[in-house]
Every structure is written in structure tokens, then in C-alpha cells.
Design a protein around this ligand. Structure first.
Ligand SMILES: [Zn+2]
Ligand SMILES: [Zn+2]
Length: 336
């Protein structure tokens, strides 16, 4: 088969690879669509995942080609499926408490073991979700959406809250739609890029604000006392720090974007105390894959406008560059 490898640090090679060997409890999947995500850039840079050589790709959908001899029959040959990449051990401290995204032996398909930037991938049966006849390229959004579902569940938005969202990339635009669905009375979106704000407005943002010099004034005009819910989907430390300037008393902040591991921000503990603030983190997903699937299947969340680029696997290096440029929305690899 053809596969795109992270061969080493900052080194991508598309080459022939042996087909993966499914174990007795595994499902053998032909990949039809696999999204490139910010995590792939982190793997490329060597600050996450590995070891190399590694086939990346953790946002994937395809067809079941074969099933292992000890599978339970919940997934069958010929079904369309999406693959949840996260693998947990089941027996560590966190797994025994159901906190599987914090598994002490956490690993993931396309991050620590071979993933979907290839013609075929294998995954344990429990990680393979039948998706009826949902389009492959829409189904490849189930994984990022399931992370957003997890974050929004943690946040537990008070119904009627007004929300402020920083960042209108693919994740921000999923977050926008879910905040709206989850009970926010309005969502205001801030971004640097005009085309992103335009798409945010089309997808339901009540107000869009250009992140330039006038942003603070514009936000105070929209809501003089600030916002009940403030969410960061940029992963930019300066933006995270700035969230505190626009949160209302008894407001909730969600740190969703992935910041650099060494980043530090300055926060006033007095303000957190005085304003009754609640601060949330959100890592990966936890049993939210099915919810994300049905949100896509029903049309409650629209991802079609977020898909900007499709490339065959042979063009992976070009696709990767395009995703890193910041000019694209979601870039997918779609093996022939
Ligand atoms: Zn991802
Ligand atoms: Zn575990």
C-alpha cells in the first residue's frame, strides 16, 4: 500500500509500505478520507507522539475490509466506519474511574502508532464506529467534533448565556455551532482573518469582530459587562491571557486551543476570586464519538463548508504545507 510517513524530525516521505497486520480483535479498514490537524504539525515538529517512522492521521473514515477472528460482530465487512483514535488500557488508576482520556498508558492511532495517511489502517473493534451511509469526508470530522463535544459537555453552558469565541479555524467553527446548540443566546466570534469571520457569520455567529486594534471596544459595545462564557480555540497564549478581560462575573472560561507546552500566561488570582470565575481545560475526547456522529448525521452541525482541500496520498507533502499555511480550512487526504 501507499503511506505517508513521518520518517524523522521534519521529514515526510510517501512510499510503499507493507499492509498492516490485523490482530484477532482488530478491524481492517480501507481509508477513504483522513483530515490533517494541528496535532500532525506537532508530531512533525517532534513535540508530541512518535516514535518515528510513523504513519500519521487520526481523523479518519473508510470501509471495513476484514475483521479479526475474535471480534464480536458489532462491526462487519462492508460497513462504512469512522475510527476513534484514542486507546486506553482499562486497568490503570484513571481508566478504572472512567477517565479514559487520562489513561496512564494512553496511546493513539496516527499519533503513537500507524494511522490513516495510508490506504489501510487497523484498529481495535471498540474504536471502530459504523456510520451508516454518511459521506466519508464528512465522517472524517467526527473525531475533531467529538473533542469539541467533550469540551462543551465539561463547560455545561448556562442556558441563555452569551458566549465569546476566539478563533474561527475548523475547530472554532465546530465550537461555534455547538455553543449555539448547547443553549447560548448569542455567540460572538473574533478572528484575524476576514474569510474566517465571513464563514463564522454564515454558520450562525451573531456578531463577528476583527481581532485588530478596535476589537476590545467592539466587544465592550456588544456586551458592556463582558460574556458569560469565553472560549479559546486559537492556542495563542496572548489570546488566552486576554480572555480574562472579557469575562463577566461568575463566567466560565474554556481553554480549548493547544498552547505551546512551555507557554505561561499572567492571571490575576484576585479576579478569579472576586468574579467567581470557573476555568476549564479539555483534553481529547471521552465517550463522545457517537454523539459527534449523530450531530453530523442529523445535520445539527454542518461541516461541509469547513472542508477546503482534498489531496491524494501521493501529494501528502503539498497537503501538509497547505494545512500549515493557515490559509486553508480543513485539508483532507483521500486515498484513491
Ligand atoms: Zn486532531
Ligand atoms: Zn489506562
Amino acid at each position: 500500500m501507499k503511506a505517508a510517513y513521518y520518517e524523522g524530525l521534519h521529514e515526510i516521505v510517501v512510499r510503499d509500505a507493507p499492509e498492516p497486520e490485523p490482530g484477532p480483535k482488530d478491524i481492517f479498514v480501507r481509508v477513504r478520507a483522513c483530515g490533517i490537524c494541528g496535532t500532525d504539525q506537532h508530531i512533525y515538529d517532534g513535540d508530541f507522539g512518535g516514535p518515528f517512522p510513523l504513519i500519521g492521521g487520526h481523523e479518519l473514515a473508510g470501509d471495513v475490509v476484514a475483521v479479526g477472528s475474535e471480534t464480536l460482530g458489532d462491526v462487519r465487512v462492508g460497513q462504512r466506519v469512522a475510527v476513534s483514535p484514542n486507546l486506553s488500557c482499562g486497568s490503570c488508576f484513571y481508566c478504572r474511574r472512567g477517565q479514559v482520556n487520562h489513561c496512564l498508558r494512553w496511546s493513539a492511532i496516527g499519533v503513537t502508532r500507524d494511522g490513516g495517511f495510508a490506504d489501510y489502517v487497523v484498529a481495535p473493534e471498540a474504536n471502530v464506529y459504523p456510520i451508516d451511509d454518511l459521506d466519508y469526508e464528512l465522517a472524517a470530522f467526527i473525531e475533531p467534533l467529538s473533542c469539541v463535544v467533550y469540551g462543551v459537555k465539561r463547560l455545561a453552558i448556562p442556558v441563555g448565556a452569551n458566549a465569546l469565541l476566539y478563533g474561527a479555524g475548523p475547530i472554532g467553527l465546530l465550537m461555534l455551532q455547538l455553543l449555539d446548540r448547547a443553549g447560548a443566546s448569542s455567540v460572538t466570534v473574533v478572528d484575524l482573518k476576514r474569510d474566517k469571520l465571513e464563514l463564522a457569520a454564515k454558520l450562525g455567529a451573531h456578531e463577528v469582530v476583527d481581532a485588530g486594534d478596535g476589537a476590545d471596544n467592539a466587544l465592550r459595545e456588544i456586551s458592556p459587562l463582558g460574556f458569560d462564557v469565553v472560549v479559546d480555540c486559537t492556542g495563542v497564549p496572548a489570546v488566552v491571557e486576554h480572555m480574562f478581560s472579557h469575562v463577566r462575573n461568575e463566567g466560565k472560561l474554556l481553554f480549548f486551543g493547544v498552547n505551546p507546552t512551555e507557554a505561561r500566561v499572567s492571571v490575576s488570582p484576585y479576579d478569579v476570586y472576586r468574579k467567581d470565575l470557573e476555568i476549564y481545560g479539555s483534553f481529547a475526547l471521552r465517550y463522545t464519538f457517537h454523539d459527534a456522529f449523530v450531530l453530523l448525521q442529523s445535520g445539527a452541525v454542518d461541516v461541509a463548508p469547513l472542508l477546503s482541500d482534498r489531496f491524494p496520498i501521493e501529494a501528502f507533502p503539498v497537503a501538509f504545507e497547505r494545512a500549515a499555511s493557515g490559509d486553508a480550512f480543513k485539508v483532507q487526504i483521500q486515498p484513491a
